[in-house]
Design a protein around this ligand. Structure first.
Ligand code: MBD
Ligand code: FE
Length: 282
């Protein structure tokens, strides 16, 4: 049975914080004094510029202080940074790519999802709600070479917008899986169409969204990591045409190149879509 606290923003936020700590992502951080001085000085100056230009009051300053404390208490630093900052970091990191566009990872990736040889069905509940979606395609290099045995890791929210391991009551690996493509780099994954997603509204990030009169929505999306030996790992998301939030994603992570072409399934039930990935050589 669930405790009341399990379904809260703080519960999801603190899980995301824990996952980030476990991820090893900070191990290789570059930290010359010159670089830290440059970045920290510019960031502090940018904040001071806002204070001076906007004539920020003590009341506003203390409201900011209280809010920043709450972001930490709710474990929402991963959420805050991934929603409002990661898209620029991703833009810098992937500007050189000739193959597929990437986009942000977000706070809800978990490594080590159950591995399947394609074609396969992602782990889901027997009564998993939502339209069946056959997601298929091919992974190639930038010169068109098929990447045999490429790995496609998929994770997405369910029909109510919940991610397993961050919302209560879902099987551990629900709607998360790793799929190995065939000898021609082709894959076929059976899943469900995810729903539009609202970031948690009852924590610090939700408080900001409410106070600023913004909305909390991301369009429906499928997260992916696509990899093959000798090629750069691609982190991306794919989107569904017609979603009302494709044009105003709170996380600024939609790109026209990441839009799916969704059709009625040839099998007669549900939907199907084909999306081909092009990975840059390392
Ligand atoms: C998500 O599902 C997501 O993809 C991002 C970027 C932020 C919050 C929740
Ligand atoms: Fe997401």
């Amino acid at each position: 049975t669930l405790t009341e606290a399990e379904g809260t923003a703080a519960a999801a936020g603190n899980k995301a914080t824990e996952r980030f700590r476990e991820s090893g992502k900070t191990a290789a951080v570059q930290s010359s004094k010159e670089r830290v001085n440059q970045l920290a000085s510019r960031l502090i100056k940018a904040v001071n510029d806002v204070v001076l230009e906007e004539r920020v009051s003590y009341e506003e300053y203390n409201a900011l202080k209280a809010w920043l404390i709450k972001v930490g208490e709710d474990g929402e630093w991963p959420l805050f940074l991934d929603v409002w900052v990661e898209h620029s970091v991703e833009e810098v990191a992937n500007a050189h790519r000739k193959g597929n566009k990437g986009t942000i990872e977000g706070p809800y990736y978990v490594p080590g999802s159950p591995e399947h040889q394609s074609p396969a069905t992602i782990d889901m509940r027997e009564d998993e709600p939502g339209a069946p979606l056959l997601f298929q395609g091919q992974v190639t290099g930038t010169e068109g070479k098929a990447l045999a045995g490429a790995k496609i890791e998929v994770w997405h929210a369910d029909d109510l917008g919940f991610y397993s391991q961050f919302a209560p009551g879902l099987p551990e690996w629900n709607l998360r899986g790793s799929f190995i493509a065939d000898a021609e780099g082709r894959f076929e994954i059976n899943t469900k169409r995810p729903a539009p997603y609202q970031i948690p509204t009852d924590g610090a990030c939700g408080q900001l969204i409410h106070a600023a009169g913004w909305h909390a929505w991301r369009p429906a999306h499928i997260h992916l990591k696509v990899s093959a030996p000798g090629h750069e790992l691609l982190t991306a998301q794919l989107y569904f045409p017609g979603d009302p939030h494709n044009a105003d994603d709170i996380a600024s992570a939609v790109k026209p190149e990441l839009m799916l072409d969704v059709q009625p399934a040839e099998s007669g039930t549900g939907l199907q879509t084909t999306y081909n990935f092009v990975l840059d050589e390392e």
